[in-house]
Design a protein around this ligand. Structure first.
Ligand code: PGA
Length: 265
């Protein structure tokens, strides 16, 4: 379980679901209860990450019913500030509406060819523009089967998470998402995820020092639901979750509820 020095984060990655109208109605549906929960417990931060085209709609819903610690995040962005990059959105554009951005999600890496080098450029651009980068790393099923998880994680940490300025490194959030657990209903075990997360924290300590590593938030992602969130949160090394499928259902509120229940114990 996370400590008050490491506020838990529950982020909802809506992926390519909910255009502006549905995003508005879903936000209004979950917000009263979500807001009430978050208001009662200060050591949790919720980040809603709708598709880019729905960010403004969700921002408006959040402004209409403002609650502390419910923030908005994008699912991706480019690293350049402006220019001839058709179809992309820039850090300054994202910053107008959001406080965070998911970067290097495995679906971006797999379907859109994103490399560690590109993810790193994006993460550095996010920090430069005062956005909290949620950088995703994790091994694929073949690598998992072949016992290569540690090797893959070492590589991804080294190349996706390098060259961050010392003053901003505390804003970085990492999501460990084993690809075999994403959208499959087969979540990792808390012990298995915790072991990889410990390794990530050690690697981060080598790069940025033990103080930065001790405040770094590392989330688990992959088939998280209200049925299994408590076990993940109860693990001392896991600081929250990046939730996909369950984040576009009212179950998201239950995930936040259970997180708070475990943290209060
Ligand atoms: P899932 O997705 O919760 O649907 O497995 C997690 C993610 O892709 O971030």
């Amino acid at each position: 379980m996370t400590t008050p020095t490491r506020t838990a984060i529950i982020a909802g990655n809506w992926k390519m679901h909910y255009g502006p109208s549905l995003a508005t109605s879903f936000t209004h549906e979950i917000l009263p209860r979500l807001g009430e929960l978050v208001q009662q417990y200060p050591h949790i931060l919720c980040i809603l990450c709708p598709p880019a085209i729905s960010l403004l709609a969700v921002r408006e819903a959040l402004v209409a019913q403002p609650f502390p610690r419910i923030e908005l995040g994008a699912q991706n962005m480019y690293f350049e500030e402006k220019g001839a990059f058709t179809g992309e959105i820039s850090p300054t554009m994202v910053r107008e509406l959001c406080s965070a951005v998911i970067l290097g999600h495995s679906e971006r890496r797999t379907y859109f060819g994103e490399t560690d080098e590109l993810v790193n450029k994006k993460a550095r651009a996010a920090l430069k523009h005062n956005l909290r980068p949620i950088v995703c790393i994790g091994e694929n099923p073949e690598e998992h089967e072949a016992g290569m998880t540690e090797q893959v994680i070492r590589f991804q940490v080294q190349y996706s998470l390098s060259h961050f300025p010392a003053q901003q490194v505390k804003e970085v959030v990492i999501a460990y998402e084993p690809i075999w657990a994403i959208g499959t209903g087969k979540a990792a075990t808390p012990a298995g995820a915790g072991q990889v997360i410990q390794l990530i924290r050690q690697l981060f300590a080598h790069m940025y020092g033990s103080e930065a590593a001790s405040t770094l938030r590392i989330l688990y992602g992959g088939s998280v639901t209200s049925d299994n969130i408590s076990e993940f949160i109860a693990h001392p090394d896991i600081d929250g979750a990046l939730v996909g499928g369950a984040s576009i259902k009212p179950d998201f509120v239950e995930i936040v509820h259970k997180t708070i229940e475990v943290m209060r114990q």
